[in-house]
Write a protein that binds this ligand. Structure first.
Ligand code: AMP
Length: 563
């Protein structure tokens, strides 16, 4: 069985194609959004999602979040005594989604279409595939998030030609894409973005201003208090969706600090962030060779587009209201599920041929005659950014020295004229027969497939010698044994039993709220927790469920009082 997965920076979601439409898959708590958070508790049990997020408030050093930003890098996360790569952490989230899908669908789920930001480079895409494999899922396709969102918004479901701009502001990333649908083909014309701009920055901006205006130096705060401030800022930020004025309150050094913010004050302090949204939009429009007026639809995706200041920004910039048919949180997962339907050639769905573009220019380093002498270190683009993929491009290069015996080809990714400023993806070295300079030639073939994996082949034209590589992150290359070992390591981690998840979540919430509260409130929480623990000891499932509901309700009222 195949499912569509939106592996998000803040939240992840899964959906399945069923009876001609995308159906969202609830997780073990009955919710659609699973926070992309992983923790390991002191007994060594892995927690994922909302439970992990709750655990993280009290145990930030045993928890990890926002690891999607580090996909494809060698960053190591220490959770207690365990070390994890970003792929391993992502695989734990994927495994949890896979189990939830299996429970919901009643069959094994072994394949997935996983979305990634359009701006992800090769390393990040490969890391995403690897995360799937570690979770026991064959990632049969990686789909760009905006493409998935456009499909969910029905682009491509009628034969009409249409151009749309997808504005995707998630928790940690911002992507803009310009897509065009015509003759049954969905073509991505241009992508641009900022991998370090998202809803979290809008939370941070509020938290920083709150501390500054309250004369609290952030560096004096411990980890937990800082987390509390961020949590309060997040809650306040989200309430702007309904209110024009919010109050941010938090306990700092034992006393409650409160501050009111109006929407226009908040808009003002987020001005630098809003300005940063403008650049990728302008670049994508320029790269796609369109005018703002040519765009038929604006599609908002990502939780942070619920922010009224972001919506206003879009309305002002495009002088029109964005389409609001699909929940901005669900669009990507739904699109990925619809893509599963297309992949299986389901009759109930119109098949749309997807074409994507490569987000960065790919090229090599060459020596160029500058009129006086040969100057090395120049960049020669081979596949220009925003070229529709799959694509294959050839380039012939000549030797630059007399009797040169080798040619070293650098595979580079980036936009800089100076080769050294671009990212080195790999190297291939080929022997060439000695000859006067310029006489021996090699041919480079760069092939970029639909999953944005790059293959480079070098042929020495005179001798026919060929070398080929599929570009791998050198830092990251792992052998088969290592991959197996990593699988085993993850398999041996104890999982929190699915049916105990809701109980664990309320127990953790109770503990946190107890720590946040004081005086009489603490006593009430303590009593409620003791009552619940006594019910747990009796091990009667029905009684536990009832008591858990009562506790959850009680904690809800407290949470509301505290914040
Ligand atoms: P995503 O990565 O798409 O799940 O988006 C997560 C981001 O959306 C986080 O930064 C959230 O704070 C933000 N978000 C979710 N709901 C709201 C809301 N009602 N108002 C403002 N931001 C929100």
């Amino acid at each position: 069985m195949i499912i569509g997965i939106d592996l998000g920076t803040t939240n992840s979601l899964a959906a399945v194609f069923r009876d001609g439409e995308a159906v969202m898959i609830p997780n073990r708590l009955g919710e659609y959004l699973t926070p992309s958070v992983v923790s390991i508790d002191d007994e060594g049990t892995v927690l994922v999602g909302k439970t992990a997020k709750e655990y993280a408030y009290l145990h930030p050093l045993r928890s990890a979040s926002v690891f999607k930003r580090s996909m494809g890098t060698s960053k190591v996360y220490n959770l207690g005594n365990h070390k994890f790569s970003p792929e391993e952490l992502s695989s734990l989230v994927l495994r949890s989604l896979k189990e939830d899908a299996e429970a919901f669908l009643g069959c094994e789920v072994d394949e997935a279409i996983v979305s990634v930001p359009a701006y992800f480079n090769d390393f990040q895409r490969k890391a995403t595939k690897e995360a799937g494999e570690l979770a026991g899922l064959k990632v049969s396709r990686i789909i760009n998030e905006p493409t998935a969102a456009a499909i969910a918004h029905g682009i491509g479901s009628s034969p009409d030609q249409e151009k749309c701009l997808v504005f995707d502001l998630g928790g940690g990333t911002f992507d803009v894409s310009i897509l065009e649908f015509y003759d049954n083909v969905m073509e991505v014309h241009a992508v641009a973005g900022d991998n370090f701009l998202g809803g979290e920055d809008f939370t941070q901006a509020l938290a920083v201003d709150f501390l500054e205006k309250s004369a609290v130096a952030p560096e004096t705060l411990d980890y937990k208090t800082m987390n509390d401030v961020l949590k309060a800022a997040e809650t306040a930020k989200c309430s702007f969706a309904e209110k024009n004025e919010v109050t941010l309150s938090c306990t700092v050094d034992g006393s409650v600090v409160s501050r009111k913010y109006t929407l226009s004050e908040y808009e003002e302090l987020c001005q630098p962030l809003l300005e940063r949204l403008r650049k990728p939009i302008e670049r994508s429009i320029r790269d796609a060779g369109v005018r703002i007026e040519d765009i038929d639809r604006i599609i908002l995706v990502g939780g942070a587009t619920r922010l009224p200041i972001v919506k206003n920004f879009v309305v002002k910039l495009f002088k029109r209201f964005p389409g609001a048919l699909v929940d901005p949180d669900m669009a990507v997962a739904q699109g990925a599920a619809l893509q599963c339907g297309m992949k299986e050639r389901n009759e109930e769905i119109r098949e749309v041929v997807l074409t994507d573009v490569c987000p960065f220019t790919l090229g090599t380093e060459v020596t160029v005659y500058n009129g006086l002498f040969d100057e090395s270190g120049h960049y020669l683009p081979i596949i220009e950014r925003n070229t529709v993929i799959p694509v294959s491009r050839r380039q012939t290069l000549y030797t630059v020295h007399d009797n040169q015996t080798r040619v070293d080809v650098k595979i580079l990714q980036g936009e800089s004229r100076i080769a050294g400023n671009n990212v080195l993806l790999g190297k291939i070295s080929v022997p060439v027969p000695p000859a006067p300079k310029g006489q021996e030639a090699i041919e480079l073939v760069y092939t970029y497939d639909v999953n944005s994996l790059l293959e480079v082949e070098v042929t020495v034209l005179s001798s026919g010698v060929k070398r080929k590589i599929i570009v791998q992150n050198e830092e990251h290359k792992i052998s088969e044994e290592e991959a197996e070992e990593r699988m085993k390591k993850l398999e041996y981690l104890k999982q929190n039993p699915r049916d105990e998840e809701a109980t664990k979540l309320q127990l953790l919430r109770g503990e946190r709220l107890y720590e946040e509260a004081s005086g009489e409130l603490r006593e009430r929480i303590d009593r409620a927790m003791m009552d619940f623990e006594r019910v747990l000891e009796r091990q009667d499932r029905r009684e536990i469920e009832k008591a858990r509901e009562t506790l959850a309700h009680f904690l809800d009222t407290i949470e509301y009082d505290i914040v």
